[in-house]
Design a protein around this ligand. Structure first.
Ligand code: AKG
Ligand code: FE2
Length: 265
């Protein structure tokens, strides 16, 4: 297929291509998806960075208006994510626009993903999931779902055994999941949400929007989140390296080329 998932992490991913919890799952997630990122033309110098480049759009003859609709929705979700980030900044005793500052999310690596789950029923004992347990990688995720249940969260990631709760679908609302980078920035004050999809044997559609900081943004403990008695718990890391290492672990089909600035971590 021409629009298959490419080195810039855009396009189509087939069923079972992603495996979000390799330790627990006996096979890949029973979902297919389509990634749409920030559209960056080849002529733009930013396209030399890993995970940056043009989107893959189906031909307008097949899906007229699709490109315009996706690009518009994507850009609206960036604006909404920034508004939500202001609440988080205020809660962390930071300037309201802290996360919008140059170098943080002024050139974000935001991915919209159109997901379709098959009617395969999940089986927790056999390690078969719609989506294996994971937390998202960035700052926040805005998740829109249809009215088919299946999403579950685990409030306490460290509890043994883990307790999973259903998240009922809510019309017209986004589910906001906190990501790993926010957990690291806030020194664990905000914890990234552990979640999974246990499919009920009914097809399901969802659209997560992953709002991730600039590729080169260094995510390190915020000054308002540490003290002498509460030193930083996580080493600093860049947003880009975190994403690249996660994609390599969880996507069978992901092969990033060695563009400027990419490194394994
Ligand atoms: O389909 C859902 O409700 C969740 C999907 C998800 O967690 C993800 O793609 O990261
Ligand atoms: Fe997720």
């Amino acid at each position: 297929m021409k629009v298959i998932h490419d080195k810039n992490h855009r396009g189509y991913t087939p069923f079972e291509e992603e495996i979000l919890d390799p330790d627990t799952q006996s096979k890949g997630d029973s979902k297919e998806g389509y990634y749409v990122g920030v559209p960056i033309p080849e002529s733009d110098p930013r396209s030399r960075k890993p995970l940056h480049g043009p989107n893959q759009y189906p031909s307008p003859d097949v899906l007229p208006g699709w490109q315009e609709t996706m690009d518009h929705y994507h850009s609206e979700l960036i604006k909404l994510s920034k508004r939500v980030s202001r609440l988080i900044a205020l809660a962390l005793n930071l300037e309201e626009t802290y996360f919008e500052k140059p170098g943080i999310t002024d050139d974000p690596m935001a991915s919209l993903r159109l997901l379709h789950y098959s009617d395969e029923k999940s089986n927790v004992e056999l390690g078969i999931y719609g989506t294996g347990a994971h937390s998202d990688y960035g700052l926040i995720t805005l998740l829109a779902t249809d009215d088919v249940p299946g999403l579950q969260i685990c409030r306490d990631k460290t509890a043994v055994p883990q307790v999973w709760e259903d998240v009922p679908p809510m019309k017209g609302a986004y589910i906001v999941n906190l990501g790993d980078m926010l957990e690291r920035w806030s020194n664990g004050l905000f914890r990234s949400t552990l979640h999974r999809v246990v499919s009920q044997g009914i097809e399901r559609y969802s659209i997560p929007f992953f709002f991730e900081p600039n590729y080169d943004c260094l995510v390190e403990c915020l000054p308002t989140c540490c003290s002498e008695n509460n030193p930083p718990k996580y080493p600093p890391m860049t947003s880009g390296n975190h994403l690249l290492s996660k994609y390599k672990q969880t996507h069978k089909g992901f092969v990033s080329d060695q563009k400027l600035g990419s490194s394994d971590s």
